[in-house]
Design a protein around this ligand. Structure first.
Ligand SMILES: Nc1nc2c(ncn2[C@@H]2O[C@H](COP(=O)(O)OP(=O)(O)OP(=O)(O)O)[C@@H](O)[C@H]2O)c(=O)[nH]1
Ligand SMILES: [Mg+2]
Length: 556
């Protein structure tokens, strides 16, 4: 047996507690991030550990709670009495004997709250202050030892009490006896699940006085193998006899060491956190990707653009450009016909808004008259959203791909409206008349004035001639007089000018369409970013934060 270690320095102890506190804060963060994403049944043990740990850490750090657990008749109460040196717990022949837990505290100051927290009835609490004169008892100062009921009881209440306290105590001494040490119930139900708690589990094979030395050695060897298979290879194993006294000194020494080290409480909580860490290990995988696949974003934007009617608006812009150019540059006398015969395509779609900077904000912009997306377009948008969520979370474990899809699709009901608003408020570049329209328009007016002027001039000359007066000679250019030239120019140039203007307008209209579609695509991309990409990114951030928190939680 090793010598009793010296009490750890306050510095070591506070370092241990600081690590534990850091891990507990990490657990809080894990619970926070996982809260809405993991079933509450799965989170329950972690929530319980978090609460239990903070409660235990707020209670006496000077006491170590050690519980004696085991089957009925294994000798828990007998060992409890032997260590206490008093007949505190009834030892009986009628099974089960111990119905509710008993406690004995060595150095009771500050232990009251701890025992209350453990739920030990006051009448079953004993303080060992008066007996601390004996050296062997003084060494146990700080020990709060519990004698538990039997875990294999016919009484359900006993089992529930054992299960409750096994979760709470700092250290467990499992008392087995030669008849039932390999019992499946104790190994399967209690010892195997405590594999990560090996540092705070001691197994005692009691009643070795019933065995020959050879049988005892054989039994211990067999039990060791079973414990190794349980994952408790590091757990200490002792042989004792409560009646004959074998191994009692060793058990007492072990308890003395544990109490002096004051580490069991932190080790137990640490082991609890290890279990939670292992439970949650499947929630994280590789690092979340920083950039979302551009191809998938492009495909999403393309399907959103088609659902938003961008091609239809682009076409309307092109037709409107040609239409308005014709109105501005056609022959003034026949312009009105075009206005009456063909309505303005953009105005028909309610897209003839001035650029957004010119309009004062007076509530939401009115809806456009674009067709709402039909079922096929809607389905294409949803599949592009899903594809994007899937590529963004590729390689991540459940529930992240499903969570990213859920987050990305959460806004799908509002998407058509958001897209319509985006399209309706985009400056399509059609609010100002191009300068060349004005110039050509002015030329057409000039030609009309020339036609009318020339005609009046000619009429005036012929009236004067008819009345027999000598008409003043009109200036001549070449063989024709200026009035006739003015009339000819006013008659034949306008269609020519209109034809040239039309061919220019056709090319310019295509450019205007491309520009408008680029602006519309930008607006659609902004909607995609806000309504689809942002929720996916937010989900990836939660994943990254949970991953960090789990990494911190696993740091022991
Ligand atoms: N021979 C022998 N008998 C023992 C030993 N330890 C306990 N006993 C006897 O075994 C019987 C049961 O002992 P308890 O200490 O009451 O056992 P327990 O584990 O507390 O049982 P429950 O309270 O019913 O869970 C008593 O008759 C004890 O005298 C031992 O080491 N050797
Ligand atoms: Mg008992």
């Amino acid at each position: 047996m090793s010598v009793i270690p010296t009490r750890p320095s306050d510095q070591d102890e506070s370092a241990d507690r600081a690590t534990l506190a850091t891990r507990l804060r990490a657990l809080d963060r894990v619970l926070n991030f996982a809260g809405d994403r993991i079933s509450s049944a799965r989170l329950r043990p972690a929530r319980y550990v978090a609460r239990r740990a903070s409660e235990r850490l707020a209670l006496s750090a000077n006491h170590t709670v050690v519980a004696l657990a085991g089957a009925t008749g294994s000798g828990k109460s007998s060992l409890f009495n032997a260590i206490a040196g008093l007949e505190l717990s009834a030892v009986g022949v009628r099974r089960p004997t111990t119905g509710s837990p008993h406690a004995c505290v060595w150095g009771p100051e500050g232990a009251g709250e701890l025992l209350d927290w453990l739920g030990i009835p006051r009448r079953h609490q004993t303080a060992r202050e008066s007996a601390l004169d004996a050296d062997s008892q003084a060494e146990l100062r700080g020990l709060a030892m519990l004698d538990l009921p039997d875990h294999d009881s016919t009484e359900v209440a006993h089992r529930l009490e054992v299960d409750r306290l096994v979760e709470l105590v700092d250290m467990l001494v499992w008392v087995l006896d030669p008849q039932k040490y390999a019992d499946v119930a104790v190994h399967g139900r209690y010892l195997r699940p405590l594999a990560r708690h090996a540092s705070v589990v001691v197994v005692v094979l009691n009643q070795v006085d019933r065995l020959s030395p050879e049988e005892s050695a054989q039994c211990l060897e067999d039990l060791r193998k079973i414990l190794d298979a349980d994952g408790l290879g590091e757990a200490k194993l002792l042989a004792t006899s409560a009646t004959r006294g074998d191994g009692l000194a060793e058990l007492r020494l072990l308890l003395t060491e544990v109490v002096a080290a004051r580490e069991a409480a932190a080790q137990r909580l640490s082991a609890d956190l290890d279990v939670i860490t292992a439970d949650f290990a499947d929630l994280t995988g590789p690092e979340a990707r920083e950039d979302i696949d551009r191809g998938a974003v492009k495909r999403l934007c393309a399907s959103l653009a088609s659902a938003a009617g961008v091609p239809a608006v682009g076409e309307a812009v092109e037709r409107t450009y040609k239409h308005r150019a014709q109105l501005a540059t056609g022959w003034p006398l026949t312009r009105w016909i075009a206005r009456v015969v063909r309505p303005d395509p953009l105005r028909r779609l309610h897209l003839d808004l001035p650029s957004s900077s010119d309009t004062p904000a007076l509530g939401p912009p009115p809806r456009t008259s674009l067709e709402p997306p039909h079922a096929v377009q809607q389905a294409q948008v949803e599949s592009a959203v899903r594809e994007l969520a899937d590529t963004a979370t590729a390689g991540l474990p459940a529930p992240w791909p499903a969570e990213a899809r859920r987050a990305a699709l959460a806004n799908r009901i509002d998407l058509p409206d958001a897209l319509d608003r985006a399209v309706g408020t985009t400056d399509l570049g059609m609010s100002r008349k191009p300068v060349w329209w004005r110039l050509v328009g002015a030329l057409q007016m000039l030609l009309l004035v020339a036609l009318i002027g020339g005609a009046i001039w000619l009429i005036a000359l012929s009236v004067i001639a008819t009345l027999g007066f000598t008409a003043p000679t009109a200036p001549e250019v070449g063989v024709l007089g200026v009035p006739a030239l003015l009339v000819l120019a006013g008659l034949f140039l306008p269609p020519l000018v209109a034809m040239i203007a039309r061919s220019v307008a056709v090319r310019r209209a295509r450019k205007a369409r491309a520009k408008a579609e680029a602006a519309l695509n930008d607006a659609v991309t902004a909607v995609a970013r806000e309504r689809v990409l942002a929720p996916i990114r937010a989900e990836l951030r939660v994943y990254a934060q949970l991953r960090d928190a789990l990494a911190e939680l696993s740091r022991s």
